[in-house]
Design a protein around this ligand. Structure first.
Ligand SMILES: [Zn+2]
Length: 356
């Protein structure tokens, strides 16, 4: 065995960065496809007996009120890996209750693997899987809708919620059922990817003009932790007058199509960029339900994403979403989700062009 300290481990997919959650973290340097082994979790290979000894030591330190985390992973039946060494870069990865990575056994070691597609600039995280015991020693600030406020394994989170609800004097029905979460259907991963798109280029900022989605886009963006770093604001305009007067949409163009066209969507997006002094604008307009008067049988919407280019030019992306058979609320949600995903796609920087 050599007594030289190994060099800190590196990954072609990620680099260390200041975390928005806690201390230092690891951030994707490019888009990472699902299933990619991002970085190996390295450390001291120790026997089970040594592992137990270190575990006891940590417990004693915690009981004395010291803040210390356990970095020990089970490797196989004989050995564990203690990742609490300076050269284990993967130890910097933070916990999330809705993680984009997971630990995995591969190539005779432990790897941190992408459990979904990860966007360039997105902070990496995985579920630490801490036990129920002493759960309240590790507060969690990951911001995910599934977060219970503590770093604890998914399988125990219902218990924490129940415990907190009981402490607050609320009745908890049923035994194992988690409390109903109104955000359960939210596409949280896309919101995290969108956050990353703005973090890789801090000069970017967003404004939103909505007609069909009626605030749903804004409310989604508003849920992103740290949204105020890039979200300037937005508005809902339902009438032609409001679109013309507040967003500078051309009246003739709007009147010719009942304000539902690709051009109107673009003009709305440009207008809201100007209004809020943002660099990226997004807009939606369409029919959220069938409309006899306008002879609309299938709900549809136009969306536009505009970015300020050099010397007064605009870079624009547009599209249509159809919602055959959808009720109004479902159509609105579908369009809002689609536009968020489209923003993630559109705002990608070419490889190696990270601004920070
Ligand atoms: Zn959390």
């Amino acid at each position: 065995m050599s007594n030289k300290t190994p060099k800190p481990s590196t990954s072609p997919w990620a680099r260390t960065s200041d975390s928005t959650v806690h201390g230092r973290g690891l951030t994707a340097t490019k888009d990472v496809p699902k299933g990619t082994r991002v970085i190996e979790y390295v450390g001291d290979k120790i026997t089970k007996a040594e592992s137990d000894r270190r575990d006891e030591l940590h417990r004693a330190r915690r009981e004395k009120g010291e803040d210390c985390c356990v970095y020990i992973f089970e490797l196989d039946q004989t050995y564990d890996i203690d990742g609490d060494v300076a050269w284990n870069t993967a130890r910097l990865i933070n916990h999330s209750c809705d993680p984009n990575c997971k630990p995995e056994y591969a190539e005779g070691g432990i790897w941190i693997t992408a459990r979904r597609d990860i966007a360039q600039g997105e902070e990496l995280n995985y579920d630490y899987g801490f036990d129920w015991e002493n759960y309240d020693e590790h507060a969690c600030r990951c911001g995910a809708p599934t977060c219970c406020g503590y770093i604890i394994d998914k399988s125990h989170r219902w218990r924490v919620r129940k415990f907190i609800a009981e402490k607050a004097g609320k009745k908890v029905k049923g035994k194992k059922k988690p409390l109903a979460n109104p955000l359960a259907k939210l596409k949280w991963a896309d919101l995290m990817r969108l956050k990353a798109r703005f973090e890789i280029d801090p000069k970017r900022s967003l404004a939103i003009a909505e007609s069909l989605t009626c605030g749903q886009l804004q409310s989604r963006v508003g849920l992103i932790p740290g949204a105020s770093n890039f979200f300037r604001g937005g508005m809902t305009t339902y009438t032609i007058d409001a679109k013309v007067e507040l967003l500078g949409v051309n009246r003739g163009t709007a009147e010719a199509c009942n304000a539902v066209s690709e051009t109107v969507a673009k003009q709305m997006a440009r207008g809201v960029v100007q209004k809020f002094g943002a660099t990226v604008g997004v807009a939606t307009t369409g029919y959220a339900e069938p409309d006899d008067q306008q002879r609309v049988e299938v709900p549809f919407a136009y969306w536009a994403i505009v970015q300020k280019g050099p010397r007064g030019t605009w870079v624009e992306t547009t599209g249509v979403v159809k919602g055959k058979g959808l009720i109004r609320a479902a159509m609105q949600a579908k369009v809002a989700d689609k536009v968020i995903a489209q923003l993630v796609e559109t705002l990608k920087l070419p490889d190696g062009e990270s601004q920070s």
